[in-house]
Design a protein around this ligand. Structure first.
Ligand SMILES: [Zn+2]
Length: 311
């Protein structure tokens, strides 16, 4: 039986998307037992797929998830103000705005003041909201039901007369928070799995850094892992894939993981370990998330092809 690279038990192995399925990853070797696959799915890939830094490009490039739907980072309500009122607005998949209804009432002497803010789409609901509010008001005054009916009809007619349609183009403010930890943990997972794919059981069993990466993933803590977010590649930046692709590069003892152009670096082995890659045998995996394809290159070949205008 083969070894699961995470729990290191001999188990039947299942396909693992090294770059997550949700961002169009297509490399899925059998590396993990079913249980570890599902653990990493819920603790590492799940939070990663929910961050806005992943959802925004998925919407731009129209990359659907398992359910076939593309996420909508604006599906939650954002805030705007109109004529001094705070409004909540969300956008649908076609960026069509929807205003969350606000109904407020205030008793005046004599009478009742009702204010309704509603999306144009819900215009048909105004009458039933008015009827409910006015009926409750007259009932509280002890008015008999048959008389209430007449009063409500009149009030609805009056309300329709004074309703003035207005339109405006508000600026909607959204606030997103990004947990850097989630992005780095995903990079640690990808780095560990790519190294395990490249170097096999030897890496998983003997590299002390591999042990540290497993520990980080198990406890979802990146303390003690060399690397971080954001790298300046200088002139190499123009050669490596941009934000419409992903890549994973094993060079020296570091693994560079770039997802939609957000690059992080993870030390996947010690400097002097046999798993470190020199510039001559550095490996570059390039992923096309839209077409769900990938290719593996020697970095040296990739640079050579670029220099000859073929990459
Ligand atoms: Zn396992």
């Amino acid at each position: 039986m083969p070894l699961c690279i995470f729990c290191r038990n001999e188990r039947e192995l299942t396909e693992e998307h090294i770059v997550p399925d949700c961002v169009g990853g297509s490399l899925k070797p059998k590396l993990l037992c079913k249980e570890c696959n599902s653990t990493l799915g819920s603790t590492i890939d799940g939070p990663f797929s929910n961050t806005v830094l992943v959802q925004l490009p998925r919407q731009s490039y129209q990359i659907p998830g398992k359910s076939g739907t593309v996420p909508n980072p604006f599906g939650n309500y954002g805030a705007t103000t109109h004529e001094g009122r705070e409004l909540s607005i969300r956008l649908d998949e076609q960026f069509k705005p929807y205003v969350k209804p606000i109904v407020s009432e205030q008793k005046t002497d004599p009478g009742l003041e009702i204010s309704i803010t509603i999306d144009k789409e819900d215009e048909g609901d105004i009458e039933s909201i008015l009827r409910k509010k006015i009926t409750r008001y007259y009932r509280s005054l002890g008015m008999p039901d048959d008389k209430i009916q007449t009063e409500v009809d009149q009030a609805v007619l009056d309300a329709k007369k004074i309703a003035v349609p207005v339109s405006h183009q508000p600026t909607i403010k959204y606030s997103f928070s990004i947990d850097i930890n989630v992005l780095i943990l995903e990079s640690i997972k990808i780095a560990y799995e790519i190294a395990a794919l490249e170097f096999g059981e030897k890496y998983v069993t003997y590299s002390p850094v591999a042990e540290a990466l497993r520990c980080a993933l198990r406890h979802q803590r990146r303390d003690g892992i060399g690397g971080g977010l954001g790298i300046d590649f200088g002139p190499l930046k123009a050669i490596l894939p941009g934000q419409d692709a992903h890549y994973v590069l094993l060079l020296h003892n570091s693994c560079v993981v770039s997802i939609f152009g957000i690059a992080s670096i993870v030390e996947y082995c010690g400097e002097k370990e046999t798993f470190a890659r020199s510039i001559d045998d550095a490996v570059l995996y390039v992923f096309d998330p839209v077409n769900r394809s990938h290719a593996k290159h020697l970095l040296a070949d990739f640079l050579f092809q670029y220099a000859n205008g073929k990459a």
